[in-house]
Ligand binder design. Structure first.
Ligand SMILES: [Zn+2]
Length: 628
């Protein structure tokens, strides 16, 4: 999963080497029929009917709770409505489990062997976050996440239950999905019977404006991007936008050496009305950005690493997955301690692939890295919460508010491990005198047979073992230190070792300027330690820096700067003017209906991060992001 970068995000054990080939057709378990009616998607309500084989007695049904890729018990149970059960024309009694709200018990009378369940899913009506349970439908498009519109019976692994699904869409809407066997019967789309695992792993994107663009020409396995947007105009980017994605598929093949899917679909939603994030699946992804995300060059740059990130998950996250994150169904809790591999390595490889496929220029990649490093460099929460704890607490941290990010920390295993895996790449290159790199680790760890989706779980020990096969080194010691250290400062061993340095100067980089504009933000984090909305409201303060020490806290609002009405320019000008004199910057601040003046005694000017070349070392970073 991914949702923007660092504090910018909107909220943005087992047996080693166990190999499980997912059955293409489930064995042993019950065969359930699921009919979903999405014709009222523009009203944000979905109707579903299930026919579930059973016997007399108590039938226990689950509504999926732990959603794969979301790493949290966030199945949207509050949006399940209209729940009714019947058998043989008779309405059945049901009751929710008192210890688990996602569990429903239904009383089935003697003589009945099938229960019909009717339910509605209520999709949030306006722009709302919350990942796949957030806003997912507009007047012109919809993303169907099957976990939201079904129940499944207790007593079976998700791989063992077969679902025969069908879907009714608004008239004239087109659709795209990786779910096999799609064919139309009258007005419905029917799919081949599939294990519950495959169904939930295969969302459907549909809409009035939908365009499919092949990304492979004749090669196997095929890949394509399917884009749905709120307007036809949003589907017409310059040709290079498609060409870079074709390059992404080729570069990922060069990195991993094989593909673990039969047919990959990038499902890309362009809308200002849906929740923005990316969610990985084995043979597709559900990625969502603003309506102009493809046609606006600046937005395309800001979003450039999203599709590479989700695509990398097909190898790292779906094919190779931590054993304790690989649960047999959607009710058993996931353990998130190895997300520094699942998400952190994906973040590193996704960013590298964005550059290798020209989605980013080398300068844009370095701009992004500088900004991310600067965020970690100004993250005092690292002094109390180590990196391992950001992974351990992920099911909660994904939903933490933006305010106090710098002191609370967030799901930093994305950003911090981006730098730690760069460090690993640099160490492998140094230890092997440039004969090997993380690419060799990827081929060893993520390669294999390819083709039909399979799951091969791993533990921490497996990672250490595989790294040692590529380049002998104290990897256990390296990772133990990386996961438990408390700074200070960003982990820059990989940046320094790759021939670059993080510096701050008074010139704002293009990437940050675009991000500020896109997110209506003002970033003075590296100067006075303030992050603001462009109306002056404080999003966050950096503990220990000038603004926090002077009395600023999240939620306050700057009304005036040195006696003049607040604007971004007025604030920037005041910080520049205070350099070289001793007058404090006077800010009129509103805080819970009271006004007060806060003086910032700050005279070091504006500060913005950049990576600059260290000519005393070879440019390994440049080599890392070169197309292969
Ligand atoms: Zn991810």
């Amino acid at each position: 999963m991914s949702f923007g970068h660092g504090r910018r995000r909107s909220a943005w054990l087992g047996v080693s080497l166990l190999l499980l080939i997912l059955p293409s057709f489930a064995a042993n378990g019950p065969a359930v029929t699921l009919s979903v009616d999405a014709t009222e998607a523009p009203r944000k309500i979905f109707h579903a009917r299930l026919r579930i084989p059973t016997s007399a007695g108590t039938l226990t049904l689950y509504y999926p709770k732990w959603i794969p890729g979301e790493h949290a018990p966030d199945g949207p149970i509050n949006d399940l409505a209209g729940l009714k059960f019947s058998a043989g024309g008779q309405t059945l009694k049901w009751r929710r489990d008192l210890l688990d709200a996602w569990t429903i018990h239904v009383e089935v009378p003697v003589g009945q062997n099938e229960v019909t369940a009717d339910l509605d899913f209520l999709s949030p009506a306006t722009f709302a976050g919350g990942f796949s349970a957030g806003s997912s439908a507009t007047d012109k498009l919809v993303i169907i996440s099957w976990n939201q519109v079904l129940l499944y019976p207790k007593g079976w692994k998700a791989d063992e239950i077969t679902y025969s699904a069908s879907l009714k869409l608004p008239s004239g809407w087109k659709y795209a999905t990786a779910l096999p066997g799609a064919h139309e019967v009258e007005n419905d789309v029917h799919f081949s019977p599939a294990p519950l695992t495959t169904l939930i792993d295969s969302p459907v994107l549909a809409g009035e404006f939908l365009k499919a663009v092949p990304l492979t020409s004749g090669q196997n396995p095929p890949a394509e991007i399917d884009v749905a947007a709120d307007s036809a105009a949003a589907l017409e980017p310059p040709q290079e936008a498609w060409d870079h994605l074709k390059s992404l598929v080729a570069q990922a093949g060069a990195l991993f050496g094989t593909y673990h899917y039969r047919d990959y679909h990038f499902l890309y939603t362009l809308s200002d009305q849906v929740a923005h994030f990316g969610l990985e699946h084995h043979e597709s992804d559900d990625s969502r950005v603003g309506e102009r995300g493809l046609i606006d060059e600046s937005d395309r740059k800001l979003d450039a690493s999203l599709l590479p990130h989700e695509y990398v998950h097909s190898w790292n996250g779906k094919y190779r997955r931590p054993a304790d994150l690989s649960t047999p169904d959607y009710q058993q809790p996931m353990q998130t301690d190895l997300l520094w591999i699942y998400e952190g390595l994906t973040e590193y490889l996704g960013n590298v692939l964005a550059a290798r496929s020209s989605l980013w220029t080398p300068e844009q990649y370095r701009d992004f890295m500088a900004l991310s490093a600067a965020t970690l460099d100004h993250l005092p929460g690292r002094t109390w919460r180590n990196l391992q704890d950001t992974a351990d607490a992920a099911p909660q941290l994904y939903f933490a508010p933006r305010a106090w990010y710098s002191w609370r920390r967030g799901t930093d295993f994305y950003e911090e491990d981006n730098f730690n895996w760069l460090w690993v790449d640099v160490i492998i290159r140094q230890q092997t005198k440039d004969k090997r790199s993380i690419d060799d680790f990827c081929k060893l760890f993520h390669g294999g047979q390819g083709g039909v989706p399979a799951l091969k779980t791993y533990t921490f020990d497996d990672i250490v073992y595989a790294l040692n096969q590529v380049a002998p080194y104290d990897w256990r010691g390296f990772w133990t230190e990386r996961l438990t250290n408390h700074g200070p400062g960003a982990p820059l061993g990989g940046v320094d070792g790759s021939g670059w340095k993080l510096v701050y100067d008074e010139t704002e980089g293009d990437f940050l300027r675009s991000a500020e504009r896109s997110e209506s933000e003002i970033d003075e984090a590296y100067s006075v330690g303030l992050l603001l909305k462009d109306d002056g409201e404080v999003s966050d303060t950096i503990e220990g820096m000038t603004a926090a020490k002077a009395g600023f806290g999240p939620g306050m609002k700057i009304v005036a700067v040195n006696g003049r009405k607040f604007s971004a320019d007025v604030l920037h000008d005041a910080i520049k003017a205070a350099k070289g004199n001793s007058n404090p910057i006077e800010l009129l601040v509103e805080n819970s209906d009271y006004y007060k003046t806060i003086k910032l005694d700050y005279h070091d000017g504006e500060k913005y991060p950049h990576l600059v070349r260290d000519e005393s070392k070879p440019d390994l970073l440049g080599e890392i992001i070169n197309a292969k």
